[in-house]
Design a protein around this ligand. Structure first.
Ligand SMILES: Cc1ncc(COP(=O)(O)O)c(C=O)c1O
Length: 381
């Protein structure tokens, strides 16, 4: 069986280093916000070409904490509207609600599955104060266009980079350090606009922990200060509480494991791109729509998404032939029971995507024989 994602295999390669880290943390006897968290925050900020990184409990909290930070700083107010793609994992939308803000859904482009920047302006009202972009499936959204709209309407931009660690070109979503200077110059306007990104290190992500974990990267000194306090009960100095915060700290052990894995993230993303290139050039079947990609590093292929009319038939056929696939995602957020008041809304492109997508196996531990087999089976379908 070719697993959709073999987490056991992905992590077993790191087993010895994980065990050394466990021993180190045990020997130190410091389990909350210790040296491993500090070190990860420095390394990940560097990796992203960002001034600050704040480690938090998970990707959802990362988003909520950014919104709460902006509310604390007076840049957002409860009840403000936030533009968000209709085609996203539900966490993006729930985070907006959790911060007492109002999500306004915008259709994606069928070519990219990301928010369609041309449809954003129509949804802007006097209450719109932010855009939450999502780099879905690992591909950067069209940030230049989105930032131009945000500048024009004076909106805050947040990036949900939960699926896009290491994707380049966007100021927060990761930049090699040797490219940092040129990117910073190119994005100097962005840097002054203080953009901010939220990351998830859920085990299945491109950079995955051995449990829940997340982080926020930003160049905004004030926002970083508020968030690092907010994640720790609103307290910077023990038992002195400046804000009404929460407890969402990056776990010391998870940070230790992430410190082991981070140096390999770029090469692992490259392996994903190698598989994606093969799928794109070798899958030849009229019944299958392949994703669009310009071969740049703007995509880290967290997921390799294909579309087909009769998805169930293809999924069953592949399973019968020993290939596990998944659906990201089967029900669009506006059709979820939790959002009963949205159920009658119509987002035809989002609905089409949710009806047709199927995710093929892709990961840094997949062998080329396995890739051969997936291609052969799909071509025979
Ligand atoms: C697009 C997106 N946003 C947010 C999240 C939330 O991350 P987490 O599961 O770490 O809370 C996820 C992860 O599942 C995600 O895919």
């Amino acid at each position: 069986m070719i697993k959709f994602l073999d987490l056991q295999k992905i992590n077993s390669g790191y087993q010895e280093q994980f065990q050394e880290k466990l021993k180190l943390v045990l020997d130190n006897g410091w389990f909350i916000l210790g040296e491993e968290v500090k070190s990860f925050e420095i390394q990940f900020a560097h990796f992203c070409g960002s001034k600050h990184c704040i480690g938090v409990g998970n990707g959802f909290d990362a988003l909520v904490l950014i919104f709460k930070g902006y509310i604390q700083l007076g840049k957002l107010q409860k009840g403000d509207e936030v533009i968000v793609p209709a085609n996203t994992y539900i966490a993006s939308i729930l985070a907006i609600l959790q911060a007492d803000l109002v999500p306004v859904l915008v259709e994606p482009k069928l070519e990219t599955y990301n928010i369609n920047p041309d449809l954003i302006e129509d949804k802007i009202t006097s209450k719109t104060k932010a855009i939450l972009t999502v780099h879905l499936y690992g591909q950067l959204a069209e940030m230049n266009k989105i930032n131009a709209i945000a500048n024009q309407y004076n909106l805050v931009v947040l990036e949900d980079a939960a699926q896009a660690h290491g994707a380049r070109e966007s100021v927060q979503s990761s930049v090699f350090s040797d490219q940092l200077q040129s990117i910073k110059t190119r994005n100097s306007q962005l840097a002054t606009r203080n953009s901010v990104a939220a990351f998830s290190f859920y085990p299945g992500k491109n950079l995955g922990a051995l449990g829940d974990a997340g982080a926020i990267t930003t160049n905004d000194d004030d926002l970083a200060k508020v968030i690092s306090s907010f994640r720790n009960y609103g307290s910077e100095k023990k038992y002195h509480n400046e804000f009404i915060g929460i407890n969402s700290r990056l776990d010391e052990l998870q940070a230790a494991f992430l410190n082991v894995k981070l140096p390999n993230l770029d090469s692992e993303n490259e392996l994903r791109r190698t598989i994606a290139k093969r799928y794109l050039s070798e899958i030849k079947n009229d019944k299958i729509v392949l994703p669009n990609w310009d071969l740049s590093s703007n995509h880290v292929f967290h997921l390799f998404i294909i579309r087909t009319d009769n998805r169930e038939a293809l999924q069953n056929y592949l399973l019968e032939n020993g290939i596990e696939t998944m659906i990201h995602y089967p029900i669009p957020p506006h059709k979820q029971k939790a959002f009963a008041h949205w159920n009658s809304l119509s987002f035809p492109i989002t609905e089409k995507i949710h009806n047709e997508v199927l995710s093929l196996p892709i990961s840094p531990v997949m062998t080329m024989d396995e890739v051969d087999f997936v291609i052969e089976m799909i071509n025979n379908y």
